[in-house]
Write a protein that binds this ligand. Structure first.
Ligand code: HAM
Length: 455
């Protein structure tokens, strides 16, 4: 029957539209671990994103935007099947067509995919790319740890020189410096390369096997998959038990050793403070040689890394490209902003509208629509309240907003092609021909600015 499919479709729709009785009073909340960024907070986000964009340009990074959804396999292969991100934290979904997709939990594999897929590998190297946007991790929500957060990720692809590792850390400090964030410290380590890491893993295994039964269940499992991860287990008992574990620095091959030494020398040259942290291994599988994190200096025990990254010389090849060294890092914007607020660093509030347009009566309202447009085009920041009709109410709003001038456009002014300009401080009003209003206002605003500066 022709109508059958349609009928069934409607039934399904009805089922969706009709709320269950028990749901009638339910008020909706944001998904656990996800937040609304309210208008008052936007100035922080705008400031941070603007400075990131500016510093990225100074350091010659080009912006790349990749889709939020990617194929699951990209992260299973890129980030690593046995990492926390892939094992526990992915927001995975299956499409109607059966594709397994995931809300990106980080940028790095996506950026490398895009670099390979779009022929960016044919550009002169290094190719320097940066991205800003949301990432999704199904973590236990707590202070500074969200299920949707925002990162700025920087990737330098196609260069093995250790100067670039140091330069990325310098780039972070350019951003944090412009944001007024001081008292931050870099923790740094080297995790070696495929040549020297197997020896280190062996040494770790020998050490861990002796204490295996006392380790937490996560560590016992990780022992088989990636013994390095035991070093950054957050469980206090595990941390104590592994205190005397062999240090990677003693197992580095000559090349990794020299690379690490050079990175530290460059940091010294740049006067960037750092702490050598032999337990820093990072939770992502692709890292080789340098790994680092940047932390606030406060030692209150609950702080969390503001940024983290390192070298990943094997990832491009792993994802199907040629052997290409790379290094990168990502900044957690939510945490940067939280720290700015904690340290009482201000972000500029929106510039006030210097003019408020008061409209009265039908004709006044109609004419003020086109005048509003003209004022915007002339670059005069104007506020209005088209849904209020009374003059006193509108003037009160103008006062509240701190507008310097009110323009009053009523029936009489609309017919005479004039407008009243009211100085909101002195209360003095003058009638100005509509044709001259832009010039008159510009002069008035300029002279008030000069007076303000002289005062
Ligand atoms: P990551 O250390 O996983 O590295 O994340 C970098 C930063 O993102 C963290 O230091 C933190 O500030 C922020 N972040 C991560 N997860 C959350 C969360 N759930 N809530 C709030 N902030 C969070 C990476 O993602 C690597 N892709 C970095 C990289 C780029 N390595 C090489 N290139």
């Amino acid at each position: 029957m022709a109508g059958r499919g349609l009928g069934r479709g409607l039934l399904i729709q009805q089922r969706f539209i009709k709320p269950k009785k028990t749901m009638n009073k339910k008020s909706f909340q944001a998904v656990r671990g996800m937040r609304d960024i309210l208008p008052d907070d936007q100035r922080y986000w705008e400031k941070v994103r603007r400075i990131i964009g500016k510093v990225a340009e100074t350091y010659d990074f080009a912006r790349i935007d990749t889709p939020i959804l990617e194929n699951v396999d990209l992260f299973v292969k890129g980030t690593g099947a046995f990492t926390d991100i892939v094992e526990k934290e992915m927001f995975a979904l299956r499409t109607k067509g059966g594709d397994k997709l995931v809300l990106r939990p980080e940028f790095t594999p996506s950026v490398i995919r895009a670099y390979l897929e779009n022929g960016l590998s044919r550009l002169p190297h290094p190719v320097k790319l940066y991205s800003v946007g949301p990432i999704f991790r199904y973590e236990r929500p707590q202070k500074g740890r969200y299920r949707q957060s925002e990162q700025a990720s920087f990737e330098t692809i196609g260069e093995k020189d250790p100067v670039l590792d140091a330069q990325l850390i310098q780039l972070f400090f350019s951003i944090s410096g412009e944001l007024g964030l001081k008292r931050l410290v870099t923790q740094i380590n080297s995790v070696g390369c495929p040549q020297c890491r197997p020896n280190y893993k062996k040494a770790l295994l020998v050490f861990f096997r002796k204490i295996k039964n006392e380790l937490c269940s996560d560590c016992q499992r990780r022992l088989k998959q990636n013994p390095l991860r035991l070093l950054d287990c957050k469980n206090e008992k595990c941390a104590q038990l592994t205190e005397d574990a062999p240090q990677v620095i003693d197992s580095l091959c000559g090349e990794c050793h020299n690379h690490f030494k050079s990175v530290l020398e460059y940091l010294d040259e740049l006067e960037i403070p750092y702490i050598l942290n032999s337990r820093l291994v990072r939770g992502l599988d692709y890292y080789t040689k340098t790994v680092f994190e940047i932390w606030p200096e406060e030692k209150d025990g609950r702080q969390i890394a503001l940024a983290g990254g390192g070298r990943y010389d094997g990832l491009v090849k792993l994802l199907g490209g040629r052997e290409t060294q790379a290094v990168g890092f990502a900044i957690g914007l939510d945490r940067m902003i939280a720290l700015m607020k904690e340290r009482k660093i201000k972000a500029p509030s929106k510039a006030r509208a210097s003019v408020f347009l008061v409209q009265l009566g039908d004709l006044g309202k109609k004419k003020s629509l086109s005048l509003f447009e003209k004022l915007q085009k002339a670059g005069i920041k104007t506020a209005t309240s088209f849904n209020r009709d009374r003059m006193t109410t509108q003037l009160k709003i103008a006062n509240k907003l701190g507008s310097r001038f009110a323009l009053i456009l009523g029936q009489k002014e609309a017919l005479d092609e004039t407008i009243i300009v009211r100085d909101m401080i002195s209360g003095i009003q003058e009638v100005v021909p509509m044709a001259k209003i832009i010039n008159v206002l510009k002069k008035k605003i300029k002279s008030k600015l000069v007076v303000k500066r002289l005062v």
